[in-house]
Write a protein that binds this ligand. Sequence first.
Ligand SMILES: Nc1ncnc2c1ncn2[C@@H]1O[C@H](COP(=O)(O)OP(=O)(O)OP(=O)(O)O)[C@@H](O)[C@H]1O
Length: 312
Amino acid sequence: MSDGRLSPTAGNGQIVVSGLTKHYRNVRAVDNLSFTIEPGRVTGFLGPNGAGKTTTLRMLLNLVTPTAGAATISGIRYADLPDPIRHVGAVLEASSAHKGRTGINHLRVVCAAAGLPKQRADEALALVGLSPAAKRKFKGYSLGMKQRLGIAAAMLGDPKVLILDEPANGLDPEGIRWMRGFLKNLAAEGRTVLVSSHLLSEMQLLADDVVIIAAGKLVRQGRVDEVVGSMAHTTRIRVRTPQSDELVAALAEHDAKVEPGEGGVLLVSGVDAPTVGRAALAAKVELHELTTERPDLEGVFLELTAGKAAIR
Ligand SMILES: Nc1ncnc2c1ncn2[C@@H]1O[C@H](COP(=O)(O)OP(=O)(O)OP(=O)(O)O)[C@@H](O)[C@H]1O
């Protein structure tokens, strides 16, 4: 992979979570959760605080023992994978390394411990664009560089499956854009990319599929466009006019629902923008704004998980 490209390793890379459950003493952190993650796609794993995302990812990686149920990667439980580092790469929290060690040495130590050839360290560093900082000490790395180093470590085994918990945390806009391109490329190579995040606008740009959980249970799984499309009925027309009363009267004849928005805006539902425009024209109402507000992933997420955030 001297050109920076990796060839996916064997195994179909499908992740299957089946009846997965984790109870702590009085908390059902994960409650009979089932879903499937497909290779060749980026899947966003979303949920409010305390939904059980990290616990699920930790069970996938055999870091937490399930109370019930199972999770498999390419049909095998993580604990039974013959050479896990070559099949699954994971970054669960911002990378930590010996402060005085250089980035390249940190990766070489991981290679040595995992029985991987030393040159994988250089290749993985190049892959995440950190070669120029290879010989700088970890303590001088920015948060963004630490995130990249964590991803480089996860890529050392050229894994078919990549699992990342909040990878965009602490990245600046350029870093977030880099991450998006990087993860999309990995999926395009046929790898499975599972990413948990709170950044819903970023997820809408990055993910092909989403799994949304709340209070340990599955709320929705599907393609991002289908999940967002299923909420098309929440589309609203945003209208600004100095003649609100006249417009409200005109729209009443079209069975439109009109609600006041912030700053004197009217939010109209039940009709489309051309209908609002024609009604305004017929009533000689002056319009200063006429915009269709379609639901986005953030709106859908908030609607689906309303009231289910755990304050625990
Ligand atoms: N080791 C533990 N002991 C007891 N309770 C735990 C433990 N780990 C997690 N929990 C609880 O399980 C629930 C799910 O936590 P988890 O960290 O998996 O959620 P999350 O979706 O990752 O949340 P966030 O988005 O805030 O990181 C929370 O109520 C949490 O307090």
